[in-house]
Design a protein around this ligand. Structure first.
Ligand code: ADP
Ligand code: MG
Length: 693
């Protein structure tokens, strides 16, 4: 919509104060300081006027021109539009408005002088601009001396209104700096007031590049303040968690010891170390909040089971939640196989259970008869009550939203006091880059399993053109005859689930036909859980040689005898997804191979991804490159990334500031409560609840 500064008063309906206030509130602007901290997203240079002729040759760049209206017509071809011609000494310019008000026709009468701004193009009939912003001016009206800020605005809030509201707020706020001059000097930061004022009204001779890139010292100060507020707030949330009670789970007794003794393998050094970290946390009477990170296949499950054993030894229940039914079922079987002989009652709860079975499970969970409860999202549904939940474990935690994780934790709230929460152990094979760990995950302890169980042979990855599919099928055949089992992963088709299903069924049919002497199975997301399980079981028992699968096998599936994986249209998958998929092989002692089929021509990014897969199997290295290719915003999804709470700072380019802010937050929290309060009040106001995740 064309924004003319004189227009709203005449054409827009008068807005009541209340509606404007609610629109500001939608942007999070509740008080003067919020307005002051509402900084421009960009600037427009209205300090200069370009002669029309010159503007016509600027190739679509934004220019500001001034001229007198020589023609003003409504035309109907090709569609109704207002066409206004203005002229200065150098030439003339057509302004075209496809949407306009009747009042504008009057306002732009012949002889009127206007200042217009927009992308001037050299059109068929000379210089032309579509939907310029403009205003009517007197001859010789002064030009602004500062760049004009453009603010993030919600619907129904004009730039003019925001500028005015912010301008007023600038005269009213308390400008006291939250950081002392000594601190500012030590951190080489600029003072608050001049920084803010400069960002709202930058002088026309400013280093525009630094301003736009947000590398100007004034921006640096804002970013630092914002990051400091975030760090302070996260650290306080951590302190609040510690102030909450949890039931201590101090007993490492009969079950834990018997379990370790009957395990068919020795824990690796890394597993041993993280187990000790978890054991120490569980002994405390404030809730553990620990992230257990370890590459695919590093053996997180057994560590989780040992944590559960400690809870059970201490007289409490433990719950394990997994993101898919296949994975939950696999955990259930494996852990039940380990623990049931030792007298542990394991309950199973997923959405696909029949009503009767579900009720039976729920009764066991509520009475406390079940020691260990394993399931999917069904665990957090209403009606599921735990008798005495002491520990919750969330597998593949990045697959769950914050709300779902909290819901499981809240299942263990002591209903009488609401003060005791269960200990939490989260597991993930997606390593979190350092900057993200320091921001969003600041309230987590992190344990890392950085060693794979012994005897694994590395996976060899090959990149192969899709048109050599026949050769690949030959290889699959040969491998199966040697007793290896094969995953054949179908292409991801994001646009259409139906199409993806179709592809999976087609692939299953062609492979079955091409390999008549082999058993080819099919598993996809739309199958009933029981059917899925039948196929998985047959694969686990090695009755199926080749398993055609969609990405349902992406997380957690563990069939050690599978040692060849084919991924079709590998170029369509993301890096971490490829890594997860590939992690399904290389779990046994046989040398494993992963064949990435691609459709040429490959784009630059896809090529980079496939090369990365060929070069390394190290999940941390892959995550690092993924971050490089994608940037942190996308890395974990905006909601999880911590970037979501940041308006100015960028976790990638401003890492050095994150570190400074974290260090200062630490020392302020110990030494200077007044500064902490002042800083949080200024930057977060009442919004701190957003951060308590
Ligand atoms: P992830 O960390 O990907 O969840 P899992 O817990 O599924 O990995 O473990 C992968 C496989 O390695 C499983 O078959 C598991 O039983 C086995 N495993 C785990 N720890 C060890 C160990 N210390 N020695 C040998 N095998 C192990
Ligand atoms: Mg796992």
């Amino acid at each position: 919509m064309p924004v003319s500064k004189s227009k709203p008063a005449t054409t827009a309906k008068p807005k009541t104060k209340a509606t404007l206030e609610s629109k500001l509130a939608k942007l999070g602007l509740r008080n003067d300081m919020d307005l002051v901290l509402h900084l421009p997203m960009r600037y427009e240079d209205e300090t200069r006027i370009t002669p029309i002729q010159q503007a016509g040759f600027m190739g679509g760049n934004v220019a500001q021109v001034e001229g007198v209206v020589t023609e003003c017509d409504i035309q109907y071809r090709p569609r109704r539009q207002l066409v206004v011609t203005i002229a200065d000494d150098s030439g003339q310019l057509v302004m075209r408005f496809l949407n306009f008000y009747g009042s504008q026709v009057k306002q732009l009468a012949v002889g009127t002088r206007v200042r217009a701004r927009g992308e001037v193009r050299h059109g068929f009939f000379g210089a032309e601009v579509v939907h310029p912003t403009y205003k009517v001016v007197e001859e010789g009206a002064p030009l602004p001396t500062a760049l004009t800020p453009v603010y993030p605005a919600g619907e129904g809030l004009s730039q003019a209104y925001l500028r005015k509201a912010i301008g007023n707020a600038l005269t009213r706020v308390d400008w006291r700096d939250t950081l002392s001059p000594e601190l500012l000097a030590a951190l080489k930061l600029q003072a608050f007031e001049p920084s803010i004022k400069l960002l709202h009204n930058p002088p026309s001779d400013i280093d525009e590049h630094a301003l736009m890139e947000r590398s100007h010292p004034a921006w640096i100060r804002m970013k630092f303040d914002e990051l400091l507020a975030q760090q302070l707030s996260l650290k306080r949330a951590q302190a609040a968690r510690r102030a909450k009670g949890a039931s201590a789970l101090p007993v490492i007794g009969e079950l834990s010891n018997a379990f370790l003794a009957t395990l068919p393998f020795q824990l690796t050094g890394a597993q041993q170390r993280v187990l000790e970290e978890i054991r120490a946390d569980l002994r405390a009477s404030y809730p553990m909040q620990r992230l257990l990170q370890g590459d695919v296949g590093s053996g997180k499950t057994v560590v989780a089971a040992l944590a559960a054993a400690q809870a059970i030894d201490s007289g409490f229940q433990a719950a394990l939640m997994a993101p898919t039914e296949i994975l939950a079922e696999q955990h259930f079987r494996k852990i039940a196989m380990w623990m049931e002989p030792l007298g542990v009652r394991v309950a199973w709860l997923t959405g696909s259970l029949k009503k009767k079975e579900k009720e039976a499970s729920q009764a066991m969970i509520e009475s406390g008869e079940a020691h260990l409860i394993i399931g999917t999202h069904a665990l957090i549904q209403e009606g599921v009550e735990f008798g005495k939940l002491g520990l919750v474990i969330v597998d593949e935690q990045h697959r769950f939203g914050v709300g779902q994780r909290l819901a499981l934790r809240n299942k263990g709230l002591d209903p009488t006091t609401a003060q005791t929460v269960p200990h939490q152990l989260m597991m993930s094979a997606t390593p979190i880059p350092r900057t993200l760990a320091m921001t969003y995950y600041a309230d987590l302890e992190v344990s890392v399993i950085d060693e794979l169980p012994p005897g694994r042979t590395p996976i060899v990855t090959r990149i192969i053109d899709q048109n050599r599919r026949d050769e690949v099928i030959e290889r699959v055949h040969a491998a199966a005859l040697e007793g290896r089992q094969v995953y054949w992963v179908c292409p991801l088709i994001e646009e259409s689930e139906a199409l993806q299903l179709q592809t999976a069924t087609d692939t299953h049919a062609t492979l079955s036909a091409a390999l008549p002497d082999l058993r080819v199975g099919l598993v996809h997301g739309r199958m009933k859980p029981v059917d899925k399980q039948l196929v998985m079981d047959a694969f686990i028992r090695a009755e199926v040689h080749v398993l055609v699968a969609t990405t349902v096998i992406e997380v957690g599936v563990d069939v050690p005898n599978a040692s060849l994986m084919v991924i079709e249209h590998a170029e369509r998958f993301g890096l971490s997804q490829l890594h997860q998929l590939r992690g399904r092989v290389g779990r046994g002692s046989a040398a494993s191979i992963c064949l990435l089929l691609y459709q040429s021509p490959l784009g630059q990014v896809a090529k980079q991804r496939l090369m990365t897969m060929r070069e390394t199997t190290d999940g941390f290295e892959i995550a690092r490159r993924d971050l490089e290719i994608r940037g942190p915003g996308e890395f974990l999804g905006a909601r999880q990334s911590g970037q979501a709470m940041l308006r100015f700072a960028d976790l990638e380019t401003d890492q050095w500031l994150v570190e400074k802010a974290r260090d200062l937050a630490q020392s302020l929290l110990h030494q200077d409560a007044a500064t902490v309060e002042a800083h949080l009040a200024r930057w977060l106001g009442g919004r701190e609840e957003f951060l308590k995740v």
